[in-house]
Design a protein. Structure first.
Length: 69
C-alpha cells in the first residue's frame, strides 16, 4: 500500500515506530538534533519530516535509535 502526504494528512493520527541504532542519524536530522547539519531536514530527503495529521504525529523511538545524547 502506498499513501501520499495529503492522504496521511487527512488521517486522524500518524504513528512512527523507529527501532535500531541504524536509524539514529536520520532521526536526529529529522528533529534538527544533528549539530553538523546546516539545514534541518524537511525536504524530500526525509519525507517523514513532512508528515502531518489532523490530531498529531506520534513517534515511538527505542533507546538504540534515540541514542545517549
Amino acid at each position: 500500500m502506498t499513501l501520499t502526504l495529503p492522504a496521511i494528512a487527512a488521517s486522524r493520527e500518524a504513528l512512527f515506530l523507529v527501532s535500531g541504532a541504524a536509524k539514529r542519524d536520520v532521526l536526529r536530522r529529522i528533529f534538527g538534533l544533528d549539530d553538523s547539519a546546516t539545514i534541518v531536514a524537511s525536504t524530500a530527503d526525509f519525507p517523514a519530516a513532512n508528515v502531518r495529521a489532523r490530531c498529531g504525529v506520534t513517534w515511538l523511538v527505542d533507546e538504540d535509535a534515540y541514542g545517549n545524547s
